[in-house]
Write a protein that binds this ligand. Structure first.
Ligand SMILES: O=C(O)CCC(=O)C(=O)O
Ligand SMILES: [Fe+2]
Length: 308
């Protein structure tokens, strides 16, 4: 799939335009989160596709010559995502059924990002700082060009691409179910690098190898970390192009999400309201992708300081 994605972005513009995102739509080739002519655009081209559930796929999906590869990758990533979500839930005390009922039939989408080199990289941003609006993101770096940065202790920290590794990012939708009472540690994973230790760069082997990593111990360790920001961004190189594929796993569209019922008690009152998943995404796609997340809309602000 890496090869096909590379080939796609190398096509002449006229060819790529055949897959262009239509006005009012989210899927296809082009830019997202553009709300005004004045806005500074990201130094990137992207293809956004809803990949699962299959009924969510748009016509542009079936036009892509490498759709079967995407389908295969999508299924394997879903399996991996569910495994991580269940273990993550277990690590912080959310019942498995609760995780399954929200995410098993969830929406999966992919964002293939192409960052061309820029002669003055300091003047542009590949993707502006943001946190992902999903539950969990599995990020594949298609080539070895560096660019992703996460905000750690207030500092933008580069993530060096490792061969045979995915980057797992926690999205906004997990922040809400997992948020605990103020004086406990914030049980959210920071960007966690999971290395598969496989020497052959083939994603099925990567996934197979990942099954042997002790994820629960790993996640428990991370879930004890004090968490301040989930923001990440990508910068561009002056010489080399960069390609990444983010696969976002979100809750089921006819579901509702908010603080996990299994974590709410008199001592740990909800800090967020519940919201219908479809309504949440409508709000998300109709704004500019800047800074902290749409989650703030759901924050219950009455009472004392609710942020950790
Ligand atoms: O290109 C990257 O490494 C980051 C991509 C990303 O954050 C996204 O697609 O949401
Ligand atoms: Fe992202």
């Amino acid at each position: 799939m890496k090869h096909e994605i590379q080939e796609f972005f190398n096509l002449p513009l006229e060819e790529k335009k055949k897959f262009e995102r239509l006005a009012g739509d989210t899927d296809g080739y082009g830019q997202l989160f553009v709300v005004s002519d004045e806005q500074k655009l990201d130094w990137a081209d992207l293809v956004y596709l809803k990949t699962s559930r299959p009924y969510l796929r748009m016509p542009v999906f079936s036009k892509l010559s490498f759709r079967e590869k995407i389908e295969e990758y999508s299924e394997e990533i879903k399996e991996l995502t569910m495994k991580i979500l269940e273990l993550l839930g277990k690590a912080v005390g959310i019942k498995e059924e609760e995780v399954k009922s929200l995410f098993e039939e969830g929406m999966q989408s992919m964002r293939m990002n192409y960052y061309p080199p820029c002669p003055q990289p300091e003047l542009v941003m590949g993707i502006c700082p943001h946190s992902d609006a999903c539950g969990l993101t599995i990020l594949l770096q298609v080539n070895e060009t560096e660019g992703l940065q996460i905000r750690k202790d207030g500092v933008w920290t580069p993530i060096v691409p490792l061969p045979n590794a995915f980057i797992v990012n926690v999205g906004d939708v997990l922040e809400i179910p997992l948020t605990k009472q103020k004086n406990s540690l914030h049980p959210i994973l920071d960007s966690a690098l999971l290395s598969s230790h496989s020497s052959v760069y083939d994603h099925s082997e990567e996934l197979e190898a990942l099954k042997h990593v002790d994820l629960l111990a790993y996640l428990q360790k991370f879930s004890q970390m004090e968490f301040t920001e989930a923001s990440h961004r990508s910068v561009v190189s002056s010489e080399k192009e960069r390609i990444s594929v983010a696969t976002f796993h979100s809750p089921r569209l006819d579901g509702e999400f908010g603080p996990a019922d299994s974590l709410i008690s008199a001592d740990n009152p909800p800090k967020f309201t519940k919201i219908g998943v479809a309504e949440y995404y409508r709000g998300f796609f109709n704004r500019e992708l800047v800074g902290k997340s749409y989650v703030d809309v759901m924050r219950i602000t009455s009472g004392d300081d609710l942020k950790n």
